[in-house]
Design a protein around this ligand. Structure first.
Ligand SMILES: [Zn+2]
Length: 117
C-alpha cells in the first residue's frame, strides 16, 4: 500500500523513500526513478502532516509566476501531489518537516505498533 494508490492520508505513520530528482534526468517519471533505483536519502519513518493535491486543494504552489520551478528554472516534472511529512512526535516543529512530491517520493504505510521489531 502506498500513496501511489491514494491510500495514505494525513496523520498516517509512513516509510518515506525519496529517489534522486536528477538521476535519471529531471523530467523523468516516478516509475522511471524507481526502475533506476537511485535513492536520495534513507528510508525514514515519518508522520504525514498533509497531502496537497494539485488541482483539488488549489493550484500547484511549487512553481513561480512564469510556471517554472523557482530553483531549477525548468518546468516541474509530472506530479499530482505534494507530501508534507515530519519526524514522528515533531508535528508542532516545522524544523522537522519535509516537503516532497510524488514525482520523486514514495510513501508506504507503516505499522503503528512497532510490529517490524
Ligand atoms: Zn505541484
Amino acid at each position: 500500500m502506498s500513496a501511489l494508490d491514494g491510500a495514505i492520508e494525513a496523520g498516517d505513520l509512513v516509510w518515506q523513500q525519496m529517489y534522486s530528482p536528477t538521476d535519471p534526468e529531471w523530467a523523468s517519471t516516478l516509475e522511471e526513478r524507481i526502475e533506476h533505483g537511485r535513492f536520495y536519502g534513507d528510508r525514514t519513518q515519518m508522520r504525514v502532516v498533509r497531502i496537497y493535491r494539485d488541482g483539488i486543494d488549489g493550484p500547484c504552489r511549487q512553481v513561480g509566476k512564469d510556471g517554472m520551478h523557482p530553483l531549477s528554472g525548468k518546468p516541474l516534472p509530472a506530479h499530482t501531489e505534494h507530501y508534507i511529512t515530519c519526524v514522528p512526535g515533531s508535528e508542532n516543529d516545522r524544523d522537522h518537516y519535509s516537503s516532497t512530491d510524488n514525482n520523486w517520493c514514495v510513501l508506504e504505510l507503516a505499522t503503528e505498533d512497532g510490529a517490524l521489531f
